[in-house]
Design a protein around this ligand. Sequence first.
Ligand code: NAD
Ligand code: ZN
Length: 367
Amino acid sequence: MRVVKVALGERSYSILIGGGLLARLGAECARLKLGARCAVITDENVARRFAATAMNSLRAAGFDPVLLTVPAGETAKRLRVVSACYDRLAAHRLERKSFIVALGGGVVGDLAGFVAATYLRGVPFVQAPTTLLAQVDSSVGGKVGVNLKAGKNLVGAFHQPRLVLCDLDALKTLPRRELRAGLAEVIKYGVISDAALFRRLESGMGKLLARDPVALAAVVARSCEIKADVVGQDETETGRRAILNFGHTLGHALEAVSGYGKFLHGEAIAIGQMAAARLSAELLGLPDKDVRRIRELFLRAGLPVSLALPPARREKLLAAMRLDKKVSGGEIKFVLARKIGAVEFGQRVPAAAIHRALDGLAAAKES
Ligand SMILES: NC(=O)c1ccc[n+]([C@@H]2O[C@H](COP(=O)([O-])OP(=O)(O)OC[C@H]3O[C@@H](n4cnc5c(N)ncnc54)[C@H](O)[C@@H]3O)[C@@H](O)[C@H]2O)c1
Ligand SMILES: [Zn+2]
């Protein structure tokens, strides 16, 4: 088992990474000295496969858990579902020392984390991520929240988990498309801060797609280290944490204009990272050969790298980018790369450059 620490003073916690960890959930929670009553929030796909293991492990360690199963998919991240969870927690008489376990992908993590951040003005919570995306990204860092009709993640909080338990065995049943989507965030970590990781991905993508446990353990651990380091320096995103948004300005807008569900988050940010790479070449001197390497790596991971939009949809995409909550004073800011492994945040990008980058992505489709 590997252990990665997130250093945040009294809110510090460990990320445990390894096989068979879900069966140890109860024992690990017992070390946190929390109350006996707890709730496991999960979705229907994950419940079928893993709820029994998690619930039995908690019971065996002396806890009194209740299971809350929400529908699978992004639509569970809404206030109506939050409210239904509150009612179940109240019925199970959860107290301030009680805790919530988020068992599932990023949707469950964001939802259960938000419930934990707000119920009784905040109860402790533990992340047990079961998708690659959740293990390398969403379960670490304390951003929790739900969607509004007006947009994704518009209601939320910073609420750090007390423990993150990444059971690599969970990835065995993950649909292939979801695995690829998680790899988009792993590639992002290479581009934003670790050229050596990027090179390892270039040579080892085959093993990752084949779910080689040693290869997966290494990239999950390295990704968590990078995220933990960035979050440790800037918990609430007043500065450097923004680098984690590489590819996300366009990626989020693309998710919004194409209707949530067409692109998985990882697919949208693969396209977003290609756009950011092209902008980086134009505005920050990212070498063309690095742009090609980034494109090649996404292709090898089976992720999309091009986008052809009719003019009206392109206008919608630009409007959605201006609505992003990261925009301040109406100006769209980008994270851009100087080279693979080094990025700058808060980069102003003229609209004309965005159009050129989108032209480039559309042309890439034809070649
Ligand atoms: N809080 C953050 O910092 C942060 C960061 C990135 C993304 N997110 C959020 O994460 C969400 C996306 O998360 P996701 O990609 O994990 O999607 P998800 O939670 O919807 O999971 C994807 C699908 O896989 C299923 N699934 C989960 N684990 C499985 C397993 N082990 N085997 C088989 N099926 C399994 C789920 O039921 C679901 O159908 C988005 O809402 C996004 O906004 C949050
Ligand atoms: Zn992301």
